[in-house]
Design a protein around this ligand. Structure first.
Ligand code: AMP
Ligand code: ZN
Length: 136
């Protein structure tokens, strides 16, 4: 399969591994958006969140606190973001992964949400709830 992360798992291409167990691999993101920027991936090839099964995400998240704490102790960041991109506009590798991004003062990392507080009435929220619940 032509998947760069599967190739890393299989040892076909090199990576900077920081943790590995039977089901999960954590390695440094090649771009190092901030110091210690780490990716955590399941060894099972899963495209993104829409294809995830419960067992696999449990395997992935089981190691998150351990790695987050290691990054915290190693580099003393002021905070840490956990990011997961699915399809457009940001997913570039189609093998599920979590980004652990330690944050530092003035690190230049742009991550923000849009604040639409006060823009919508109660009916809008109720319509959203109805639409989502129909699909659960
Ligand atoms: P995303 O844009 O969420 O799909 O993130 C994919 C990430 O994989 C990017 O941050 C890339 O820098 C990273 N990446 C791609 N190839 C490699 C590689 N060979 N080793 C480490 N990180 C990689
Ligand atoms: Zn893969």
């Amino acid at each position: 399969m032509d998947c760069i992360f599967c190739k890393i798992i299989n040892g076909e291409i090199p990576s900077h591994k920081i943790y590995e167990d039977e089901n999960v691999l954590a390695f440094l993101d090649i771009t190092q958006g901030t110091k210690g920027h780490t990716l955590i991936i399941p060894k099972k090839h899963i495209k993104n969140v829409y294809e995830l099964d419960e067992e696999t995400i449990i395997d992935v998240f089981r190691v998150v606190p351990m790695i987050a704490n290691a990054l915290k102790k190693a580099f003393s960041p002021i905070g840490l973001n956990i990011i997961n991109n699915n399809d457009q506009p940001h997913q570039s590798v189609f093998h599920f992964h979590l980004h652990l991004i330690p944050r530092y003062e003035n690190d230049g990392m742009q991550l923000s949400t849009v604040d639409n507080f006060g823009k919508y009435d109660p009916k809008y929220f109720q319509d959203l709830i109805n639409s989502i619940k129909e699909e659960l």
